[in-house]
Design a protein. Sequence first.
Length: 70
Amino acid sequence: MQVLELQFLREDGKTVTFTIDSPITPVNEAAVNSVMDTLLAADVFLTLGQNARKKGARIVERTVAEVKLN
């Protein structure tokens, strides 16, 4: 399963990560930048604070294998 992580740096220096399940790949870098800028400008997430900024974005892939228990 793949997720797109949008990472923001809060005023206090802590990182806040928002994940989007099953992103369209390959990821359009310009679109991701634009969306992150829009989120910051709209002040959508109160947890970020007014002086938050973009930290990064990345695709994370995770593989889960169930272990059979008796």
